[in-house]
Design a protein around this ligand. Structure first.
Ligand SMILES: [Mg+2]
Length: 391
């Protein structure tokens, strides 16, 4: 089919708070091809990606995403992968390119699935989608008591696994951090799976991170996520040598396959966490899943936002039976919560990808229309972008 048109929709909450909650805005992508509509979502700053989508060429390796993709044909998964290589080559010198392409790429898989009447995980070569144990992913409370209460609440909601991240953790003393993780364990109960996300707070300071390890071992945290920025691969590698029982997790910031591979090869991580909305879409995420499982590292999705993003992030490792955990957003903004008509709700404590063609979920256009942001980009009197109608 020919890719006839691509539309980008910038959605945002009326007020954006300065907290680590990436669900406060969204960049939704619609691809129209062969009479079908496919949907995707970028995990990126929406306006920056819109600019990247339409900007005038600076030179031959500094081109926008749109001009490479609109008008092209896709018939197979290989066509989508190859188009991705081309987009990256032509947009190599625009740092945002992989993020912007991710949402388009996901929408192309949705189109191809609808065209072939197959769920995306089947297009990726998986015979079935194994159920995953969702972990309730949330921000630390401001106090240990609040974190403990959030853990209890997640347990009451049926989640056996819980992750706390960002917020106050790592920002004062290691005693304060110990109090936080102990409260989390107490609220979760002795048999729950506890995951801790430092949100890159120690940048590349191995010593600061190592100070927190004894408390994390005492509360039997399964992983310590993103102690460092994603590029500080050497710091991950050094901390991994100190840390036996608590494995390191990271990779959500990977904007291409190679970044994730470096963390696997040299960062000593036990879990690689990939966001399909950042890494260049479903194809590169599947490549990481294959590489990880061949190297004894467990693949986990990174998803803090919508159920469209969740479906796209689950497909790349749906068929890996041994990768049993999945990140599951439990504190989405009202925008993110209402973005899809269908929701992936836990059944008997497990999440199962739908067997419908494509991604298996559709946006609820009436619900999200109030969040649509009106944008216009004009250069030298020529209008490059105007917010499309959401219908
Ligand atoms: Mg994280």
């Amino acid at each position: 089919v020919r890719i006839d048109d691509i539309e980008l929709f910038y959605l945002a909450m009326p007020r954006i708070l300065d907290i680590g909650d990436g669900s406060q805005d969204a960049l939704l992508v619609r691809v129209r091809a062969g009479g079908l509509s496919g949907w995707g979502e970028c995990e990126a700053s929406p306006l920056v990606s819109i600019a990247n989508f339409v900007c005038p060429m600076s030179h031959s390796a500094c081109k926008n995403v749109r001009d490479t993709v609109v008008g092209r044909q896709i018939e197979s998964p290989a066509d989508i992968i190859n188009l991705g290589h081309e987009v990256r080559a032509k947009g190599m010198d625009i740092a945002q390119t992989d993020h912007t392409w991710s949402g388009v790429e996901i929408a192309l898989w949705d189109v191809l699935g609808k065209l072939r009447q197959a769920p995306v995980y089947q297009l990726l070569g998986y015979g079935r989608a194994f159920p995953k144990t969702p972990y309730a992913s949330q921000l630390f409370g401001d106090t240990p008591a609040e974190t403990g209460q959030k853990a209890r609440q997640s347990r009451q909601q049926g989640f056996r696994a819980v992750k706390f991240g960002w917020g106050v953790y790592g920002r004062s003393t290691f005693e304060a951090d110990r109090a936080q993780v102990e409260a989390a364990r107490e609220g979760l109960g002795p048999d729950g799976i506890l995951l801790i996300d430092a949100g890159t707070v120690w940048r590349d300071d191995v010593e600061q991170a190592a100070l927190r390890l004894p408390a994390l071992e005492d509360v039997r945290a399964m992983w310590l996520e993103e102690p460092f920025v994603g590029e500080a691969v050497h710091a991950y590698g050094q901390l991994a040598e100190h840390s036996r029982r608590v494995r390191l997790a990271g990779g959500e910031g990977a904007s291409n396959f190679h970044m994730a591979r470096h963390l696997i090869d040299h960062g000593g991580i036990g879990f690689v966490q990939i966001d399909t909305g950042r890494i260049g879409g479903i194809g590169p995420a599947k490549a990481v899943a294959d590489y990880a499982s061949a190297h004894g590292v467990t693949f986990v999705n990174h998803t803090f936002t919508t159920h469209l993003a969740l479906c796209a992030s689950l497909a790349p490792f749906a068929g890996l039976e041994s990768a049993t955990l999945c990140e599951y957003p439990v504190e989405p903004s009202p925008l993110a919560a209402s973005l899809t008509t269908e929701k992936l709700l836990p059944i008997d404590g497990q999440i199962q990808l739908p067997d419908r063609p494509g991604l298996g979920v559709e946006p609820d256009l009436n619900a999200i229309r109030p969040y649509l942001v009106d944008v216009e980009i004009t250069v030298s009197g020529r209008r490059l972008y105007q917010t499309p109608h959401l219908e």
